[in-house]
Design a protein around this ligand. Structure first.
Ligand code: NAD
Length: 295
């Protein structure tokens, strides 16, 4: 398929590369020269602008930071939707507000453009390995058209429901992840304050009723697990500021639907304090530092 891929950052870069390697004709664009150069070096064709990238595309895929970037791309300044012929498939994989996803989808539908919100889970490692989980909102028939593209980038594809449902599922998952990481950090800090070896304690909890994804795959305590951000001074991974954004989206959504999310709210405040302390660019598992005196 002829694909325009817009946004080649930590996630979009490896996702576009996997589509290219799967034999699709990818024409990509990012505002950043460095991001464009990284992908061009891998053999992915680059366009000079988003508008140039979408010319002749059968599908447009975007992976941008936040709601305002996605709205600007499709509806605002860049105005990509107005440049697409009817029938072009639009897939936004960014994590954004469900309300923004619905706004873009409505505008797309008005122009006979099939549109899906398809945020992902699995992090930069999943993006590179092509094993992302997609949570998709939109029409089932449109998802079937998108499926071969999503399969080139991921291994789990869920149809969450109508437009915006993919984003709603994503913020539920990330709110739980944010809470889990704080809880795991708190427990590990309590254990080490009691003189326990964090490796031994992690193994005890992992195999006991406290077991969870952070203990299984993403231990926040340095020296416990190889290959995770904690073992490289929290470089790479999923940034504290991105987690803060997702927890903010969860709280805004909770207000809109009148849901009670007190732990999500507390977790958001803790990541905000951590970010204000200068750790916004570090992986979100560095939140354990809030519980480690002197770190
Ligand atoms: P990133 O900041 O590394 O990349 C975003 C890219 O979009 C940047 O390179 C930026 O230059 C580009 N961009 C912004 N506006 C643009 C425009 N109008 N046209 C073209 N390019 C534009 O962010 P990321 O880590 O790749 O995350 C992207 C999205 O995926 C976010 O919504 C994030 O919440 C979500 N996400 C990230 C992870 C992760 O582990 N990093 C995991 C799951 C989901």
């Amino acid at each position: 398929m002829k694909i325009a891929f817009l946004g080649l950052g930590h996630m979009g870069g490896p996702m576009a590369l996997n589509l290219h390697r799967a034999g699709h004709q990818v024409l990509a664009f990012d505002l950043s020269d460095a991001a464009r150069a990284r992908l061009a070096a891998e053999g992915v064709a680059m366009a000079a602008s988003a508008s140039a990238a979408v010319q002749g595309a059968e599908a447009v895929i975007s992976m941008l930071p936040a709601s305002q970037h996605v709205e600007a791309l499709y509806l605002g300044e860049v105005g990509v939707l107005a440049q697409l012929p009817a029938g072009t498939l639009v897939i936004d994989c960014s994590t954004i507000a469900a309300t923004s996803a619905r706004k873009v989808a409505q505008a797309a539908q008005a122009r006979q453009l099939p549109c899906l919100d398809a945020p992902v889970s699995g992090g930069t490692a999943g993006a590179a390995a092509g094993t992302l989980t997609f949570m998709v909102g939109g029409e089932a028939a449109d998802l079937e058209r998108a499926r071969p593209l999503l399969q080139a980038m991921g291994s789990n594809i869920f149809h969450a429901g109508a437009h915006g449902a993919g984003q709603a599922a994503k913020i539920c998952n990330n709110m739980l992840l944010g809470i889990l990481m704080v809880g795991t950090s708190e427990a590990l800090a309590l254990g080490t304050a009691n003189g326990l070896d964090p490796k031994v304690l992690s193994e005890i909890m992992r195999r006991s009723s406290g077991g969870n994804w952070a203990l299984e795959k993403y231990n926040p305590m340095p020296g416990v697990m190889d290959g995770v951000p904690a073992s490289r001074d929290y470089a790479g991974g999923f940034g504290t500021d991105l987690m803060l954004k997702d927890l903010g989206l969860a709280q805004e959504n909770a207000s809109a639907v009148r849901a009670a999310t007190p732990l999500g709210g507390l977790a958001r405040s803790l990541y905000a304090a951590h970010s204000l302390g200068g750790s916004g660019a570090l992986d979100f598992s560095s939140v354990i530092r809030l519980f480690q005196p002197g770190s």
